[in-house]
Design a protein around this ligand. Structure first.
Ligand SMILES: Cc1cc2nc3c(=O)[nH]c(=O)nc-3n(C[C@H](O)[C@H](O)[C@H](O)COP(=O)(O)OP(=O)(O)OC[C@H]3O[C@@H](n4cnc5c(N)ncnc54)[C@H](O)[C@@H]3O)c2cc1C
Length: 330
């Protein structure tokens, strides 16, 4: 039994009116993996104002919370989430294009932003056409593809900071690196971002977007239930290649399977549990370490119990299981 009275919190949040409030909401409905036990409370934020009001309210009461975009880069525990999950994908959808810049809310999908940029004759955002998820999730992950990444186009981010409230930070403060940003270890919430692009012929933009989509279709299991690449590339190597070389394509635990198309994708074949995906990740991680002495770091973000509380990080998880960061094999 939870010590926190989530039923009461849900009732209070309904009165606060920051968005639609659900109780015991299956997280599988909100993730591309279609995996995850229930969130005690999930709020579908209606607007930026609703998000900020809800965040301030939760902070003042010390109630654990976490933010979810489209759930395309997370693996949620089968036990669910002992926290209030705040989903941005239904609100925070404003977009304004002025000259060469796009101001967009963090709940806007990257694919939508790519199309809007193309229509406005703005280049630089073509790479994002093939990346699922929201702008907010892309900022947190410094998402990228086809040789480009968010770091190249983001000029500033409007954040909610529990210490100072809402403020705008220059992109440099977000400390973007390969699939990494300050958002991953700072309790900041991305509300919106300013993206700077350049004038480009709309036909050229669309050609580039078509090429990127075609490339994706020929190299990835498009349409399958996954969270994209499970491990980060251990530069200068490619995780997918290492995993393929150990013969892991087709490995299976329960209903989770290493994709036969792209070895860095683990698929939910239908009824997979988070533990099945974790089981495969452990097996892969150990086999790659034994063969190459390379430690694969997860790109997908773990949401579930662990040392860090409701939103334990992968590092917490490995640590908790006694494997330690330098001991990838149990
Ligand atoms: C088929 C497939 C292909 C993919 N291909 C790529 C690819 O080519 N390149 C790539 O980089 N990624 C790829 N991904 C991963 C994923 O699409 C990106 O990481 C995406 O940016 C995640 O966005 P999201 O809205 O789904 O984030 P979520 O999965 O909802 O969240 C990701 C993390 O960000 C946090 N978060 C979300 N929104 C906010 C916010 N507003 N403020 C603060 N924290 C927030 C969450 O708490 C979580 O820790 C792929 C995924 C799939 C399923």
């Amino acid at each position: 039994m939870s010590r926190i009275d989530f039923a009461r919190i849900a009732a209070d949040l309904r009165r606060l009116n920051g968005g639609t409030v659900h109780e015991q909401e299956p997280m599988g409905r909100h993730t591309s993996y279609r995996i995850g036990g229930p969130a005690r409370v999930l709020v579908e934020a209606a607007s930026e104002d609703g998000v900020v009001r809800t965040l301030e309210w939760l902070k003042d009461r010390g109630i654990p919370f976490l933010i979810l975009g489209q759930g395309t880069n997370v693996l949620v525990s089968d036990q669910g989430v002992e926290a209030v999950v705040l989903s941005t994908v239904h609100g925070l959808k404003d977009v304004a294009i002025r000259g060469g810049t796009m101001d967009a809310g963090s709940g806007v999908l990257l694919t939508k932003l790519s199309h809007l940029a193309a229509r406005a004759g703005l280049g630089g955002f073509e790479f994002a056409i093939s990346i699922p998820g929201t702008l907010g999730g892309a900022l947190v992950m410094n998402a990228g593809a086809h040789g480009s990444a968010m770091v190249e186009v983001v000029r500033s981010v409007r954040v909610w900071d529990p210490l100072t409230g809402v403020r705008t930070i220059p992109a440099t403060e977000a400390e973007f690196e390969y699939r990494q940003s300050r958002f991953q270890h700072t309790p900041w919430i991305a509300l919106a971002a300013m993206i700077e692009l350049y004038p480009r012929d709309p036909d050229e933009i669309r050609d580039a977007m078509h090429r990127f989509m075609a490339h994706r279709k020929s190299t990835q299991p498009v349409g399958a239930q996954s969270a994209g690449s499970v491990f980060k590339n251990p530069s200068p190597l490619y995780a997918g290649r290492l995993i393929e070389e150990i013969g892991a394509k087709g490995w299976r635990v329960g209903d989770a399977e290493v994709s036969r198309v792209h070895a860095n994708f683990i698929l939910n074949l239908g009824q997979a549990k988070a533990n099945d995906v974790l089981g495969l990740m452990r097996r892969i991680r150990c086999a790659v370490y034994q063969r190459y002495h390379v430690i694969l770091r997860p790109e997908v973000r773990w949401i579930g119990p662990g040392e860090g509380g409701a939103s334990a990080t992968w590092e917490n998880l490995w640590y908790e299981e006694g494997t330690g960061l330098t001991e990838p094999c149990e």
